[in-house]
Write a protein that binds this ligand. Structure first.
Ligand SMILES: [Fe+2]
Length: 282
């Protein structure tokens, strides 16, 4: 596979690619394979001016690998359960999508044994201000550390916990059903993660955690807070300002991401989200 044929521009030096001149609705298999190869190499993709039916978006997603189901089924698209709706729109008194999910630095499905490899969002309605998506390049963050600190961190493992996430989100929301909690027990992942495509290392830290294996929560918390502050410095972050028709794809194996708030009393934000299955981190 070659990515040389694509019209490419870096999102940030050494991170991410904006790809121009591609209509994903009409892209052939070879072109999609080139786009996927670029994703594995650089950690994030932006493709603008797209117009995709759910079928076309699903086809794009499947070019990356098998699609992942969603932990909660409340806002999946009828007929296309691989697509989850993010929206603050209310139709006939009922919300059509999840609203204000994903605020705060995290990676998707980190609390599972095989977290989602990548997340893709397709923008259907976008506020004129706010609602940016921020991606933090965790390979760059790891590379910026002194070798001795890299070695210390590489020895640590972290407990990742859906229950922490559920408790954090429970305020003012529907409680998470007990069977969902039971289906998502805590898992342990390495703090420094190896990218299967080329072996590059990423610092892969979660704030939704009881702590490091062998450490108390009280001992872990200040270290984790300091790491999150370090890895999300502006020098490691790409800020995506949305336009309708944007497709943004990021690699959960080497990034943290967060949404940002917007004035939801004035504006509608609506996105289609898909996840592609991942492997066990190592
Ligand atoms: Fe997320």
């Amino acid at each position: 596979m070659s990515t040389a044929s694509l019209d490419r521009a870096e999102l940030k030096p050494g991170f991410g690619t904006q790809i121009g001149g591609v209509d994903l609705a009409a892209a052939g298999d070879a072109q999609l394979a080139d786009i996927v190869a670029e994703f594995h190499r650089t950690g994030a993709l932006v493709l603008r001016w797209q117009s995709l039916t759910p079928e076309q978006f699903v086809r794009f997603g499947k070019a990356f690998g098998p699609l992942e189901g969603h932990t909660l089924q409340d806002f999946t698209l009828p007929d296309h359960p691989e697509i989850y709706i993010l929206s603050n729109r209310v139709e006939d008194g009922r919300p059509v999508g999840a609203h204000n999910d994903g605020i705060g630095w995290h990676t998707d499905l980190n609390y599972t044994a095989e977290p989602a490899m990548c997340t893709m969002l397709y923008a259907i309605a976008v506020p004129p201000e706010g609602s940016d998506t921020l991606l933090a390049d965790q390979c760059a963050a790891f590379a910026a550390l002194p070798a001795q600190r890299q070695a210390e961190l590489a020895r640590l493992k972290q407990i990742h916990s859906f229950e922490y996430l559920a408790n954090m989100r429970s305020e003012g929301r529907k409680a998470i059903p007990p069977e969902v909690l039971r289906a998502n027990p805590d898992v342990v992942h390495p703090l420094v993660r190896t990218h299967p495509a080329d072996g590059r290392k990423a610092l892969w830290v979660s704030s939704l955690t009881p702590g490091f294996v062998g450490w108390s929560t009280a001992e872990s918390e200040p270290v984790i807070d300091a790491l999150i502050a370090f890895v999300t410095q502006e020098r490691f972050v790409y800020r995506h300002k949305w336009q309708v028709g944007d497709v943004l794809v990021w690699d959960n194996r080497c990034t943290l991401h967060t949404g940002t708030l917007f004035d939801d009393t004035r504006y509608i934000r609506e996105m289609h989200r898909m996840w592609v299955k991942g492997d066990r981190p190592y």
